[in-house]
Design a protein around this ligand. Sequence first.
Ligand code: DUC
Ligand code: ZN
Ligand code: ZN
Length: 490
Amino acid sequence: MADFDIVVRGGTVATASDITVCDVGVKDGRITALGASLGPGAREIDAGGKYVLPGGIDSHVHIEQKASVGEGVLAADDFYTGTRSAAFGGNTTIIPFAAQYKGQSLRQVVQDYHELAGPKAVIDYAFHLIVSDPSEQVLGQELPALIKDGYTSFKVYMTYDSLQLDDYQMLQVMEVARREGAMMMVHAENYDVIRWLTNKLTAKGHTEPRYHAISHARLAEGEATNRAIHLAELIDVPVLIVHVSEQRAMERILWARNRAMRVYGETCPQYLFLTADDLDRPGTEGAKFCCSPPPRDAESQEAVWRGLQNGTFQVFSSDHAPYRYDETGKLAHGPNPSFKQIPNGLPGIELRMPLLFSEGVLKGRIDLNRFVELTSTNAAKLYGLYPRKGTIAVGADADFAIWDPEETRTVTWDILHDNVGYTPYEGREITGWPVLVASRGRIVVEDGELNAERGSGDFLRCALPEPARPLEQPVPEMDPASNFGAHLLD
Ligand code: DUC
Ligand code: ZN
Ligand code: ZN
């Protein structure tokens, strides 16, 4: 008689804090024991020489979402292909967006995304909200009610015609986030700087993809990040600055963190492995690399690596926002679109962790604990899924991936499992791959095959984010003059 449904034997088990060689016992979808020489399992898996890591949580992905640029264009992956691809990349949870466009009811948007995800997802998922229309109804009723229902994080945009909030609206949504205890994610780029540069460039006939990077100036990101942080300081509310690409924005995040503000940072593979030169590939191929913020330069890549090492960033997500390189996606406005008509976003859901493992862990830039923290644990904590998700511990969901640190593959799109038709990382050699992935004790990926039914992923209600951890280092005193006394709001 087996003691466990599954025993994973002899792997090197790593969490955000520990590394131990031990067995992992799984029963009824949960981890029920960690130890040496556990009793028999109905299924025995030998993980000798391999790493057993918490399943990745890709906490920034756009699935079946309409593009914010390029009217009517839909992201290339649906909840089946998106979660399938995520699973092959070592993930067991994704957090996509339920995206409101102006005029829409947030409640209705959430229901619509549930109808899309429920029948298709093969791994677990929660939802962030995107709030683009902070009407009285949204701020007064829908948003607070949804936060209480388990949608405890939402994203706002400081740019894009269809999504942008002005500073007054930012303060209004921050006030709700503060009152309800939600986590607010900010796309920080200066709308008017981008609009002005775009108009100047296109008026001169500069419409090729490479001008996308020029129009989304680094300064626009640094300025908006600074502004978002100051608005958050005024209200005294946590904010997470998403998809950070460059030094100026990083410096502002670090400045805030050094003052004990609850300001968090996220970055993504495109800021480590791509540059603006990729947007200048021949013909319109640069369209494949148009995302916002855009990839920058070698110096920014180095800065982003440092930010992963020094704690500027807490989260490494993919920002998977995939569009096919054809008339359904990047080229929806014809074979030679102006950069301002090209849907913004890149695929990355499957390669996020292998890229960071290969270039980060195996090249000695970050250690295995930090890898786990950046790709799984911190997202679980910030978005209210910990400790059910994001760790390997007794009582947690049996969400893990077994990684072979010696396996090397050369990336081509056809080894991936998305529906995008290209990968920005074509030709890269990656060492270290997840070879078996378990979601709630179901082995969903093994021997290169998916063993999960459509719709077998569960929706996860998120708790409110964890309160900030006590600081490890003394910090300068907060300047009392910089905050008018947010407690008067309560
Ligand atoms: N913001 C995102 O978060 N993803 C894709 C495009 C964008 O602007
Ligand atoms: Zn964004
Ligand atoms: Zn995104």
